[in-house]
Ligand binder design. Structure first.
Ligand SMILES: NC(=O)c1ccc[n+]([C@@H]2O[C@H](COP(=O)([O-])OP(=O)(O)OC[C@H]3O[C@@H](n4cnc5c(N)ncnc54)[C@H](OP(=O)(O)O)[C@@H]3O)[C@@H](O)[C@H]2O)c1
Length: 326
């Protein structure tokens, strides 16, 4: 259970990346836990669904400027950083968002005397020799944000495998793709993942806020079962009840496909994504017991939202959030 509302209601939690998939779920859960939430977003309109929630304010600002961060974090008790991109649209974006921003967050926390930061990284992020530029930059970001300890800032980092839930970019993306093809050539079919439910991830974030034992820690967050990428796509096909065939590609063809799709509109797969999948997104660590959470398997959750897509193939957020029962 979360702390009592009386203990949290006068605390303002700043969320960076609140317009994203995890952010939208997180803000709702923070509100349920009784917090006031301040979302700093570059496109306020992407937070439309959050604006109707009680105790949520959305500030339209460029968070990549220290003076803006400094100004808008004033009065907050904690900062939660969810900002990231999976693909760079131009060189230097990974560095700026994944490494420079964590440093700016620490600087702004020092100025505002904020002593609590929760940072979202990714499984396999490592500043030394991660396989891809994405994972290396995420690893550097982790190391950077944990230097906040030198200034008395209590940092907790979460390192999830791929995250599923209403509005995800995993099963929803497969589902959209599968509408247009009868045969799906699949790069890196044997890459392995331990999908973790978004509500479990956001519960970890909210519980971490007030749990001192999490200060300074980095936690791997994995769901209860491991699947290959091919199994995840086949699960989507089965859930949708459609007749589609997956064509697994070998390593050479996967690499070539990633190179080609890197320059396709929307970059459905990049070479850096291909490199990230060269290492399994699984962990030897069990889901951290300190949170007292039993991670949910995808089979229990995914059919509920994939079957709830509206006619435009989009996720009907309100219906699903209203149906949230865990
Ligand atoms: N989803 C997963 O499977 C997964 C797995 C492992 C780790 N993670 C980590 O979890 C965190 C949240 O992921 P997510 O799935 O919620 O990602 P998401 O849906 O892509 O959201 C990313 C957020 O970052 C913001 N952002 C991106 N570029 C920005 C910029 N230049 N300036 C300001 N804000 C910017 C986005 O704002 P806009 O709406 O304005 O673009 C959005 O709010 C990330 O750190 C990610 O690395 C996610």
């Amino acid at each position: 259970m979360y702390p009592k509302v009386s203990a949290t209601h006068n605390k303002i939690i700043a969320v960076l990346g609140g317009s994203g998939f995890v952010g939208q779920h997180l803000v709702r859960t923070l509100v349920e836990a009784g917090y006031q939430v301040r979302v700093l977003a570059r496109h306020r309109e992407r937070c439309r669904e959050l604006l109707v929630l009680p105790r949520v304010s959305v500030i339209d600002t460029n968070i990549m400027t220290l003076s803006n961060l400094h100004k808008h974090l004033a009065g907050c008790s904690a900062v939660i950083n969810l900002v990231a991109v999976l693909n760079e649209n131009k060189k230097g974006v990974f560095q700026r968002l994944h490494v420079d921003l964590p440093q700016m967050i620490i600087d702004a926390c020092v100025i505002n005397k904020i002593d609590r930061v929760i940072h979202m990284s990714a499984l396999n992020a490592y500043s030394g020799k991660a396989p891809s530029r994405y994972l290396t930059s995420k690893g550097k970001g982790e190391d950077t944000i944990h230097t906040g300890a030198d200034d008395g800032i209590n940092v907790t980092t979460l390192r999830p495998s791929v995250i599923f839930g209403p509005g995800d970019n995993l099963f929803n993306r497969f589902s959209s793709l599968l509408k247009f093809v009868t045969h799906l050539p699949l790069a890196c079919p044997n890459a392995r993942f331990a999908p973790v439910y978004v509500n479990d991830v956001v519960d970890v974030i909210v519980k971490s806020l007030s749990e001192k034992a999490t200060f300074g820690q980095r936690y791997d967050l994995c769901g209860p079962r491991v699947y290959t990428l091919q199994q995840l796509v086949e699960f989507t096909i089965k859930t949708l009840g459609i007749n589609r065939k997956v064509i697994p590609l070998g390593n050479g063809t996967s690499k070539l496909m990633a190179r080609i799709l890197s320059i396709a509109p929307g970059k459905p797969l990049t070479y850096d994504n291909y490199l990230s999948m060269q290492i399994d997104s699984v962990s030897n660590e069990k889901f951290p017991t300190i949170f007292n959470i039993t991670p949910q398997p995808m089979e229990a959750i995914v059919p509920r939202y994939l079957m709830n897509q509206n006619q435009r193939g989009q996720f009907d957020r309100f219906r699903l959030y209203a149906g949230r029962d865990d």
